[in-house]
Design a protein around this ligand. Structure first.
Ligand code: USQ
Length: 394
């Protein structure tokens, strides 16, 4: 089976490429280095340097004998998107330049993923809106015109739902109104512009599925933590892009880095913000199971992709405890919350669908977090305190 990964250079894209390659799939990755370039543009630094996508694919080939074809290009360009389905594509790196053929599966990560980045100013807002919606729209039209049977796995976000005062269902809700019943997308009320682009993605995709009978799985993912995946086998040149800064870093990765460098943990406000979290290896498992059991033609299948929930303060206390066991004196700070979000709220999402298709959850244990500490410690000298908090406000 041929798997096409859009956004193959990012935190999740590259690990996903190795995951499928190792399992015998033909893999093609596409990226325009948007994430890296945005990191450079706002000067946020990463924990360690990451080789180019071409260099990583070459390294992977030398280590495993498996080819991951690389395309460097901008997927907001509809012709580039269409070339991936009609064979006009030019590879930036490949062992064999011949077109692999139409992909049976497309995994769509090619979006600007940072909430703070989307709200720095009107320019980053425009970049987020135009990139995220154009890539999705280009994909939908390429499928309609060239490959309607291809299964898409799109990465959505739990943040689409916001923090409603009712239980969160998996994507859909049955509503009874004036004696009649129907099924609708669960109400969405995102808390950032980035998250709002994902709500718009959902509407766009659902329209295309309804009109053209496409098959799509939407994975509503919570914040991911972790650095090493099973496929890296300890080779740091294959590690994913890892951000710990305020704009691109996510909370668990940030807290561990802060603890290692002696920066008081940056809990925003009271810290009662509850989210669903998962290990990067579970992201791969969830995407893997979704690919093995594709959505049917005309089905927009939605799963909530989280394994457990924590408040921000619980994560800080978790980091403090694990840090203490490793000899760190970890302080917890409560900063004025730069975001507009509820700091105490009801949160009860359902997350059963992925388990039903065979995903086995892994949890954030002291041991898992200590393992992350040990990797981050190796790069302590690279950590820049000046990028940990700058205060991008909503
Ligand atoms: N938070 C802190 N201190 C920090 C960083 C974050 O208290 O130093 C809090 C935030 O206020 C928020 C929560 O932790 O309430 C999560 O923030 P985050 O920065 O880890 O994650 P978020 O901005 O929500 O976005 C991340 C990914 C995004 C993905 C989303 C899933 O960047 O791509 O869609 O997680 S979710 O949060 O479920 O929407």
């Amino acid at each position: 089976m041929h798997v096409l990964i859009l956004g193959g250079d990012g935190y999740l894209g590259w690990p996903t490429a190795m995951y499928f390659s190792k399992r015998g799939y033909d893999v093609t990755v596409v990226d325009n280095y948007l994430r890296r370039n945005n990191c450079t543009a706002i000067d946020v630094g990463m924990l360690y340097p990451v080789p180019t996508l071409q260099a990583r694919a070459k390294l992977w080939y030398e280590k495993t004998g498996r080819e991951i074809k690389v395309v460097i290009g901008d997927l907001t360009d509809a012709e580039l998107m269409r070339s991936l389905f009609d064979g006009r594509v030019t590879y930036s790196w490949a062992v064999n330049d011949e077109f692999t053929g139409v992909p049976e599966t497309v995994i769509h990560y090619a979006e600007q993923p940072s909430a703070p980045f989307s709200l720095i100013d009107y320019k980053t807002a425009n970049l987020t809106v135009s990139n995220n919606l154009l890539v999705t729209n280009n994909l939908m039209f390429a499928l309609k015109d060239l490959s309607p049977d291809t299964h898409v796995v799109h990465i959505g976000t739990m943040g689409e739902y916001g923090t409603p005062n009712i239980d969160i269902e998996e994507g859909w809700i049955d509503i009874e109104h004036k004696g009649r019943q129907d099924r609708f997308l669960f109400p969405r009320q995102a808390g950032s512009l980035y998250h709002t682009t994902k709500v718009m993605d959902t509407d766009l995709i659902w329209f295309c599925v309804r009109m053209w009978g496409l098959r799509v799985t939407n994975l509503m993912q919570g914040p991911v933590y972790g650095l090493e995946t099973h496929e890296t086998e300890g080779d740091e040149r294959l590690y994913p892009i890892f951000n710990y800064d305020e704009v691109f870093g996510t909370i668990v990765n940030r807290f561990i880095t802060q603890a290692v460098v002696g920066y008081p943990l940056t809990v925003y406000g009271r810290g009662g913000q509850t989210r669903g979290y998962l290990n990067i290896n579970d992201t791969l498992q969830c995407v893997g199971k979704s690919v093995e059991t594709p959505a049917k033609a005309g089905e927009f299948r939605i799963f909530n992709q989280i394994m457990e929930t924590f408040t921000a303060l619980e994560l800080a206390e978790f980091t403090q405890r694990v840090g203490a066991n490793l000899g760190y004196d970890v302080q917890i700070d409560h900063l004025d919350n730069p975001r507009k979000e509820a700091e105490e709220h009801y949160y009860n999402p359902t997350y059963q669908g992925l388990i039903d298709i065979g995903v086995e959850p892994h949890y954030l244990t002291d041991e898992v977090m200590a393992g992350m500490f040990r990797v981050v410690e190796r790069y302590r000298g690279n950590i820049r305190k000046d990028v940990i908090f700058r205060g991008v406000k909503w």
